[in-house]
Design a binder for this molecule. Structure first.
Ligand SMILES: [Zn+2]
Length: 121
């Protein structure tokens, strides 16, 4: 079985089996660089999204209103609590999304390994 010509990051020849005319595996083929970069950056997408920005803007508005005396303190307190609930919901959503993305990435890796194992059999 043909072996990948790539070199592992830790050094030494890559042990992945390659198919057809290929001389490099998925991880070493420069043609897949874009795809690999996209897969890697998907996990780092948990920066504040629009929802968080909206909530922060709302809270800033409430603070400003209370300080200027244009917002009722009681209303601001209730809105602050609700905003807090919204923040928690967003946080849970982000965690769930992160986990789903991790699962997706693990599955992709498993598929790659499975495909390589089949070729090696
Ligand atoms: Zn390789």
């Amino acid at each position: 079985m043909p072996q990948c010509a790539g070199i592992k990051r830790a050094g030494g020849r890559c042990e992945a089996v390659v198919s057809g005319q290929r001389t490099l595996c998925f991880m070493h083929d420069p043609a897949n660089a874009e795809q690999r970069k996209r897969a890697a950056s998907r996990g780092g997408k948990s920066k504040p999204n629009k929802e968080l920005a909206d909530i922060k803007r709302l809270i800033s508005g409430l603070i400003g209103g209370v300080l200027k005396g244009t917002t009722n303190r009681g209303d601001a307190a209730v809105c602050g609590q609700l905003a807090n609930t919204q923040l928690r919901a967003v946080a849970v959503e982000l965690r769930v999304r992160e986990q789903l993305e991790l699962i997706e990435r693990v599955e992709e890796l498993e598929e790659i390994i499975e495909r390589q194992n089949k070729k090696g059999a």
